[in-house]
Write a protein that binds this ligand. Structure first.
Ligand SMILES: *[C@@H]1O[C@H](CO)[C@@H](O)[C@H](O)[C@H]1NC(C)=O
Ligand SMILES: *[C@@H]1O[C@H](CO)[C@@H](O)[C@H](O)[C@H]1NC(C)=O
Ligand SMILES: *[C@@H]1O[C@H](CO)[C@@H](O)[C@H](O)[C@H]1NC(C)=O
Length: 395
């Protein structure tokens, strides 16, 4: 009798212990925030920070970009196939760049004569050879050669942009609908230089957005669209306003070359391509903030960020590039028209609704917050001993 009793007692004790353990685990789950899934988070902030810095430095677009550049230099449209097809379908390939004599000139009308459209029925491969002239070849090569991490680029921007010196005060005007809530036009124009983005219209909005423009930032998708207009007209602020172009894909060098030969460049304002070292710096910073936000919001490991985002397509916005250039060349920076609001339009000048999901705007806002409030914590900027000038955001 004794033995079985002792055994069942032992079993009972075991059950009680397990019960207590699972009860306290349940209690811990109830009071603790959501449990981290595998692998466990590095809870130590310094270790997390080191992980963010390491991952932000990885550039997954490096290999695909190199491939695209090599293909272009070989005279082929980069095989990022879907996009290449879209180029042909949109008839955006400038006739200048094709050797093929029967290449149709751009026509009016949306779907002209599709049966005979060699763009919809691609030419045999040997007839698709692009003409890459020596200037284009040089421009593409030197741009690609500069794609490396060198935060000192920020301090070199005044000379890279051929400015006589730093500009005392600059206004960067974004395109958010929040601009319509205030009459900042005169304040914007009171700055020594005004930077604008992506050819946003100013006519009719002067009270809100001001009327002068000293530098126009566009991304190469916008240039790609204007490249098909007669005369490649991409200068809505006038021929005297220089354009700084943020390259989104290597094939957009074809647009630059096409626009280079037309009146826009002869009027003295050629399109300058942003130094690729600035791209690399901006990309690292925004990726750092994006991964940090991802870890904080999902509780997942920093390494999972790649899978949650289309890492190779991830871009920072033209707005961020404009702010970084302003920080690099101006002694005082005021920023207008950045930020979202449920009671404001996406763009002040259009009815566009959707956000592009290639960007992580929340991460960019977190970066801007640090830039304005405590720039000393922004990673990478101080690697080159750069001192951030005062930056003020107007909402
Ligand atoms: C555009 O023209 C300028 C000179 O007018 C030249 O330096 C530049 O390389 C050209 N760019 C391209 C992509 O051909
Ligand atoms: C900006 O443009 C205005 C005219 O639109 C001009 O008066 C001013 O000098 C320019 N600023 C700089 C820094 O060049
Ligand atoms: C993370 O590291 C960077 C670079 O050393 C530093 O600027 C930043 O202050 C660190 N941030 C935190 C939260 O430790």
């Amino acid at each position: 009798m004794k033995r079985p009793l002792r055994r069942s007692f032992a079993v009972l004790l075991f059950v009680v212990l397990v019960g207590a353990a699972s009860f306290s685990a349940a209690l811990r789950r109830a009071v603790a925030p959501a449990p981290a899934r595998e692998p466990p988070l590095p809870l130590d902030p310094a270790r997390l920070n080191a992980t963010l810095l390491r991952l932000a430095a990885v550039d997954p677009s490096e290999a695909p970009l190199r491939r695209d550049v090599d293909e272009l230099l070989d005279g082929r449209l980069p095989a990022s196939a879907a996009r290449a097809r879209a180029w042909r379908r949109d008839r955006l390939l400038h006739p200048l760049h094709l050797h093929h004599q029967r290449f149709p000139l751009p026509r009016r009308g949306r779907y002209p004569d599709e049966d005979h459209d060699t763009l919809l029925h691609p030419l045999p491969r040997h007839e698709q050879q692009l003409h890459i002239d020596p200037a284009l070849r040089r421009a593409l090569r030197s741009w690609h050669r500069l794609r490396r991490y060198d935060p000192a680029v920020l301090g070199s921007l005044p000379s890279l942009l051929s400015l006589p010196g730093r500009i005392p005060s600059c206004a960067v005007v974004g395109n958010s609908g929040i601009l319509l809530r205030a009459n900042h036009g005169a304040l914007i124009d009171s700055h020594d230089a005004v930077f604008r983005l992506n050819n946003a219209r100013i006519a009719g909005y002067a009270a809100h957005v001001g009327s002068k423009t000293n530098l126009s930032f566009i991304n190469s998708n916008i240039l790609h669209l204007c490249a098909r207009r007669p005369g490649c007209f991409c200068h809505p602020y006038g021929h005297g306003v220089p354009i700084l172009l943020y390259i989104c894909q290597a094939a957009h060098f074809l647009d630059i070359a096409a626009c280079n030969t037309t009146s826009s460049s002869r009027h003295g304002s050629p399109i300058s391509v942003t130094d690729a070292r600035l791209d690399i710096l901006c990309a690292r910073i925004v990726k750092y903030y994006s991964i940090r936000r991802f870890v904080a919001e999902t509780g997942r490991a920093a390494e999972d960020w790649d899978r949650a985002h289309d890492a190779a397509m991830f871009h920072y916005s033209s707005g961020m590039q404009a702010i970084m250039v302003a920080v690099g060349v101006c002694d005082r920076v005021s920023v207008f028209g950045f930020g979202k609001s449920s009671d404001a339009k996406h763009h002040y000048h259009s009815n566009q609704k959707a956000e592009l999901d290639l960007h992580d705007y929340e991460a960019e806002y977190a970066f801007y917050h640090d830039l304005a409030e405590h720039p000393q914590v922004v990673p990478f900027l101080k690697d080159a001993g750069f001192t951030v000038p005062p930056v003020i955001f107007y909402h």
